[in-house]
Design a protein around this ligand. Structure first.
Ligand code: C5P
Length: 230
């Protein structure tokens, strides 16, 4: 079975725009990420439509609530048949363990990963929350908590992948956004890496949005990246 490493981020305001792209993509070469914007507009039906076209879905809703609520939300996501879903590690070990337990006996159990520190957060943002560690130190602490809580991996910048790999075994998944093929625009991303450098650094899956979604020929960009990393 193919295990595409590329996860295309669907950041669109409408179903029509999203399907204009999806209809040009190949499910053997990529998976699709559905986030809060599209899910809030279009709901589970949209996820089902994408899956019916043969694509695996990473449902990026970053659950963060009391353990029981997160566990129930994860169960609901799993029953949609998604391939991967996520929570916030800062919800704590009891919340993450409740989420992992809720999925444990699920048929076709999705991967459950956690966001450690949002890459949008600076040192000052953390100090405002009473956290005096650097974002990287805090991310490593939360990654360790994620691992000991029984989750399958984390979202992390490819720039953090090498240090994460030194701390975790290979079955702990690293899913990295901020990926830019050589020569493409960084857009608003600040700490980017090329797809092959990210995989070499230890990332397992690459979340790629605009380099594919804003291209005149998304399938050609997808094929080029896929062959570069294969
Ligand atoms: O267009 P681009 O490749 O920058 O899209 C990256 C995707 O990954 C977007 O959906 C963005 O919200 C998401 N993401 C990110 N940085 C994180 C977590 C998620 O860019 N730390």
């Amino acid at each position: 079975m193919s295990d595409p490493k590329i996860i295309v981020a669907l950041d669109y305001p409408s179903e029509l725009r999203a399907f204009e792209l999806i209809n040009k993509l190949d499910a053997d070469l990529c998976r699709l990420k559905v986030g809060k914007e599209m899910f809030t507009h279009l709901g589970p039906v949209f996820v089902e439509k994408i899956q019916n076209k043969g694509f695996d879905v990473f449902l990026d809703l970053k659950y963060h609530d009391i353990p029981n609520t997160v566990a129930k939300a994860c169960e609901a996501a799993a029953s949609l048949g998604v391939w991967m879903l996520n929570v916030h590690a800062s919800g704590g070990s009891r919340m993450m363990e409740a989420a992992a337990n809720a999925l444990a006996n699920h048929q076709n159990k999705p991967f459950l990963i956690a966001v450690t520190v949002l890459t949008s957060m600076s040192q000052q943002d953390l100090s405002e929350l009473g956290i005096n560690d650097t974002p990287a130190e805090q991310a490593l602490k939360l990654a360790k908590l994620t691992c000991s809580s029984g989750l399958d991996g984390i979202v992390c910048s490819a720039q953090e992948a090498a240090i994460m790999r030194q701390n975790f075994k290979h079955d702990f998944l690293l899913v990295s956004p901020g990926i830019r093929p050589a020569g493409s625009q960084p857009d608003d991303q600040r700490r980017t890496m090329t797809p092959s450098d990210a995989l070499n650094a230890g990332s397992d899956y690459l979340v790629i949005g605009r380099p594919i979604t804003q291209s005149d020929n998304p399938l050609s960009v997808l094929r080029t990246i896929h062959s570069e990393i294969s």
